[in-house]
Design a protein around this ligand. Structure first.
Ligand SMILES: [Zn+2]
Length: 367
């Protein structure tokens, strides 16, 4: 598996770990900043080592989320570290309040544990520095290295616990509210709290630290996208795959040419295709893969070269909410549907979007 702009570091406990390119730029920047300020080579190295140590703490944080999710049978696709923090891509978000609370809280909890361990170490080795070194954090020294890492972990924990999406604290707040009310209402309230805090951060940022303006904007956007996702998700409540199942569809053979798919597309009949032999699905070809295939291989190449072979097979009784979250996290557009091993139809993103639009229009009418 490849990821754009990210370097693959390896597989830890079955989870792929990536580092985003911009993180490497951050390391170079830290190194240059130190030498520029005339701090000398060894301090520049210490600065880089510090960022790397912080990077390890961020990975531990993400594994806190991932391993807790695993306890609830939710797998994690990958963990990617960016300069502003890490992201664990969970296959789905737990929807039970208690589970979401545990998964969201596990990340910051890891940083609290690391901070506590460093504090104990400093006590035992009598290296606990005077708190005044805090004023001098940019001046990296070996003696204050452990202390700086301790402070950084506390900042990580506190920052992530800001009760606003997409921070962990936003999920913690939603989960706590969801014990008392239904999930979509809890999301709405949590999103509003988050947006209020975001505006407050932007405002404070103009007076104190301009970084807060960026963080505020980031949180504001995150809060609204989470609210939209949740609103859409709740519309699909109670529906299963049967509701949007298309039973009239054309299957292509792996050796059919892309031209055949183009012809059906231009006829306006279908946009997405299943590729199957003897009723067994070999791949899916959405409009996107079709267009990409045409530009890469030309119209006479077989669909086999352009089809997507990683796809999820649905069954008719699966809930559309699960399909929707799968669609969002994995970016799939077409799903074959099998009933007891027999191919009975397909579902595509367009169908589900149409159902959502219709339901939105109808619910708007009621109120
Ligand atoms: Zn987190």
């Amino acid at each position: 598996m490849k990821k754009k702009w990210a370097l693959y570091l390896g597989n830890i406990l079955g989870i792929k770990v990536f580092i985003h390119w911009t993180f490497v730029i951050l390391l170079a920047w830290v190194f240059l900043m130190h030498t520029q300020m005339g701090h000398g080579f060894s301090e520049a190295i210490w600065g880089v080592v510090f960022i790397l140590a912080l990077f390890v703490c961020v990975i531990f944080h993400e594994f806190g989320h991932a391993l807790t999710a695993k306890r609830y049978n939710i797998q994690t696709k990958d963990v990617t570290v960016y300069p502003i923090g890490g992201v664990a891509t969970l296959e789905s978000m737990p929807r039970k309040p208690k589970q979401e609370l545990m998964v969201a809280f596990a990340g910051p909890a890891v940083n609290i544990v690391i901070a506590a361990a460093l504090w104990i170490y400093m006590q035992l080795s009598a290296t606990m520095p005077d708190w005044t070194v805090l004023k001098n954090v940019d001046h990296m020294q070996t003696e204050s290295f452990v202390f700086n890492l301790f402070v950084a972990n506390i900042i990580l924990a506190v920052f992530n616990l800001i009760p606003a999406f997409p921070m962990d604290g936003g999920r913690v707040l939603r989960a706590l509210l969801a014990f008392k009310m239904d999930r979509s209402k809890a999301t709405r309230i949590a999103a509003e709290v988050g947006q209020f805090l975001a505006i407050l951060l932007v405002f404070l940022g103009f007076f104190f630290n301009f970084w807060l303006v960026f963080i505020g904007l980031f949180i504001y956007l995150g809060a609204s996208s989470e609210a939209t996702y949740e609103a859409t998700h709740s519309i699909l409540e109670g529906y299963d795959v049967r509701k949007v199942l298309m039973t009239r569809f054309t299957t292509l053979l792996p050796n059919d040419s892309l031209e055949k798919a183009v012809q059906i597309l231009l006829d306006g009949k279908e946009q997405d295709f299943l590729v199957a032999t003897d009723g067994k699905v070999q791949g899916v070809l959405s409009r996107k893969e079709l267009i990409q295939g045409l530009s890469a291989f030309g119209k006479s190449s077989p669909v086999r070269n352009s089809m997507r072979t990683d796809f999820t097979i649905l069954s008719p009784e699966m809930s559309l909410q699960d399909v929707f979250s799968n669609m969002t996290t994995k970016g799939y557009k077409v799903y074959p549907v099998q009933d007891k091993g027999v191919l009975v139809g397909m579902v595509d993103k367009e169908n589900i979007s149409e159902l959502i639009l219709v339901q939105q229009a109808l619910s708007g009418k009621k109120s």
